[in-house]
Design a protein around this ligand. Structure first.
Ligand SMILES: Cc1ncc(COP(=O)(O)O)c(C=O)c1O
Length: 377
């Protein structure tokens, strides 16, 4: 049997990782400024993470949601504390798309409505409703096409106000990334998020903060939407949540009440996944990783802005993007082949940095020196 060939891959076999560094099967070391696509939040093979997973595996790895799993409550309590959303409710699943799918479904159950507002360049995942809310027709299968999703221009206050005025009583939810990731690192303005909050409250719609890439401390705050100073009704999370162990979740405001069977999953919230997520939250707190993300992120952006060739350096914390001119559009490839540094990208010609939140200043300096050298050549 062959692997279904859907990923354009680099010809590299990574076999080891420690912190923000990984090694291939030839022993070559790479600096990971990509975090395995924003997933590695506390660093590869963090000792506390490895120990907690190992200990759990020796006790029990999985049992279904038909029994008590106190690890879920322990996670909910710690997540409430670190995110500041202590009165919210946690539902656990397995991936980002699934988190958004559940958020959207819950919004529709809650409001009894069908319409969803999403924005230009949004990416919300590949399951049916999440992909329908994604602004990329090439990944929407005919069966996922629907009239229920309204796309509006990102950060356009007038368009949003007009849409609510015309059809506010049919809107179940507004879904928005605090910082668009796949779309190329674009920040939702604080004013725009506050307007979403106000209109959702006025019209009885649900504000869904897709925090799958921009959340979990990456921006320097637990949710990047928090910069606007207002709460969403549902936050979706995945990526950094398990530092590589597949886990996702939504946290839900207290006014949205649960009913038996309205949501459910076989694997979501299993013992091993909870142990991984607990280890992440514990390390984030003990090692002050949100402040580190903020500090190292500011430093990286300040230094990147000094490189004349790089344009529109932008982001928050350790979610950073910049544009490279056409003449240097192979910068990502050159950093990988010449300097052994992994970075992310977005179309067209955007470099995306999504490293571990534990990235050190000296690792940031390695990246900066390499980038300066590659744009000079
Ligand atoms: C903002 C956002 N939402 C949702 C998803 C989907 O997450 P997953 O790939 O875990 O399904 C992603 C993944 O890149 C994302 O960046």
């Amino acid at each position: 049997m062959k692997i279904f060939d859907v990923y354009p891959i680099n010809n590299i076999n990574i076999t080891k990782g420690i912190g923000s560094n990984v090694w291939d099967d030839q022993g070559v070391q790479y600096l990971d400024m990509y975090g395995g696509h924003a997933v590695i939040s506390i660093g590869h093979t963090h000792p506390h993470y490895v120990q907690r997973l190992q200990d759990q595996l020796h006790k029990i790895g999985f049992y279904s949601n038909s029994i008590q799993i106190p690890l879920q409550q322990e996670l909910a309590t710690k997540l409430g504390k670190i995110s500041g959303k202590e009165d919210f409710q946690l539902f656990l699943c397995n991936s980002g798309a699934e988190a958004n799918e559940n958020a959207l479904k819950l919004a529709s159950f809650y409001t009894g409505r069908k319409k969803i507002i999403a924005f230009s360049k949004a990416f919300h995942g590949r399951t049916s409703l999440a992909v329908a809310c994604t602004d990329n027709p090439s990944i929407i299968a005919p069966v996922n096409e629907t009239d229920n999703v309204i796309f509006l221009p990102f950060n356009d206050a007038d368009a949003l106000a007009q849409c609510f005025q015309e059809q506010g009583d049919t809107i179940a939810a507004v879904i928005i990334e605090g910082i668009q990731g796949v779309g190329g690192i674009h920040i939702a303005t604080d004013d725009f998020l506050r307007q979403i909050r106000a209109l959702c409250t006025q019209y009885g719609a649900v504000y869904i903060a897709d925090s799958i890439q921009c959340g979990y401390g990456r921006s320097g705050k637990f949710f990047s939407h928090d910069f606007a100073g207002v709460d969403a009704d549902i936050y979706s999370m995945a990526k950094g949540m398990g530092n590589g162990f597949p886990i996702g979740g939504i946290i839900i405001a207290p006014h949205i009440a649960p009913k038996y069977s309205m949501l459910g999953t076989t694997f979501g919230g299993n013992h091993l996944a909870c142990a991984a997520a607990l280890a992440v939250v514990e390390v984030m707190k003990d090692e002050n990783l949100m402040s580190n993300a903020s500090e190292i992120g500011d430093y990286l952006m300040q230094e990147l802005k000094k490189i004349p060739l790089l344009q529109n350096v932008r982001g928050r914390g350790l979610m950073i993007g910049f544009d490279v001119p056409d003449t240097h559009k192979d910068l990502k490839k050159r950093l990988l082949s010449n300097k052994k540094i992994f970075t992310g990208e977005a179309k067209p010609n955007v470099i995306r940095l999504l490293p571990s939140l534990a990235l050190t200043k000296s690792e940031a300096d390695v990246f900066l020196t390499a980038t300066r050298e590659e744009v000079r050549n």
